[in-house]
Design a protein around this ligand. Sequence first.
Ligand code: GUN
Length: 300
Amino acid sequence: MSDAEIAEKLIDGKGFAAGLRARVTEETAELKAAHGIVPGLAAVLVGEDPASQVYVRNKNKQTVEAGMNSLGETLPVDTSQTDLLAEIDKLNKDPAVNGILVQLPLPDQIDPHAVIDAIDPAKDVDGFHLRNVGLLATGRGGMVPCTPLGCLMMLKDRLGDLTGLNAVIVGRSNIVGKPMAQLLLSANCTVTIAHSHTADLPAVCREADILVAAVGRPQMIKGDWIKPGATVIDVGINRVPAAEEGKMRLVGDVAFDDAVKIAGAITPVPGGVGPMTIACLLRNTLVAACIQNGIDVPDI
Ligand code: GUN
C-alpha cells in the first residue's frame, strides 16, 4: 500500500481533538464573557505512577490552555482512603470546582468504588459514578466517559449515521467497553461485547462493521480478523520494546500494519483515540460548569 492510500484510511484523532479543544476554548471564553464563569477541573493523582503522572500533567496543561482553571492535587502514595474521601468532600463543596477526576488505578489500600461513589455526580466528568452509569444505560444523558465519547465522535464523523451497523467491542471494562456499548446501542448499532472468554474471537470480530479494540494487549487483533472495509477504533496504548536496543514504542491492541490493508478506516496509535480522551474531558468540564450554573449547554 502506498503512503497516500494509508493516509486516506487514517482517522486523525490528533487533528480531531485539536478541533474539539478549539471549540471548547471558544465556548469557555464565551461563558466567561457572558456570565463571568471560569470552569474549574480538579484532577487528583495519588502516588507517582509514571504513566498516570504523564496523563495528569497533560490534562492540567490542556485545561489551562482551554482557558479553564486547573485545580488538581497530587497526594502521597500512602494516602489513606479516609483522607482521599475527605479531599473529595472538600472538592465536592468547592464552588470553584466544576469537574473532579481521580486518576485510576489507585494504590491498593484504596477501594476505587468507594472513591467513585463519593464524587458528586454533577462534578463526575469521568462519568464513572453509578448515577451517570445508570443515566447512560437508560438513555437519559448524564456525564459520559471520555474515551468512549471520543470514539463515538470519530465514528460519527467518519461514517455519519451508524444505524443498523454491527459493532463489536473487544473488552468489557467499566471505563471503555461497557459505556462504549451503551453509546453504540443508543446510536442504533447491533452491539456485541467480546472478551477473554469469547469463543472464536476472530470469527466474532469478522462480523464487525465497527470494531472497537479495548483489551490492553499489544497487537492482539490481527489483520485477518477484520471484515474488509470495516472501521477500526484502537483504544489500546501499549508500551513495547522498539527495534532499537533499550528504546520503547507505543502500539495499539490492533496489528496496525496488517489491519490497515483490510480496514476501510482505522485510528493510529499514537495519534488516534488518546488525544480525544483529554479533549472530551475538557468538553465534559465545560458542560458540567454550564449545568451547575443553569446555563444552556453549547452544542459541542
Ligand atoms: N485511567 C485510565 N483512563 C482513565 C480515565 O479515563 N479516567 C480516570 N480517572 N483514570 C483513568
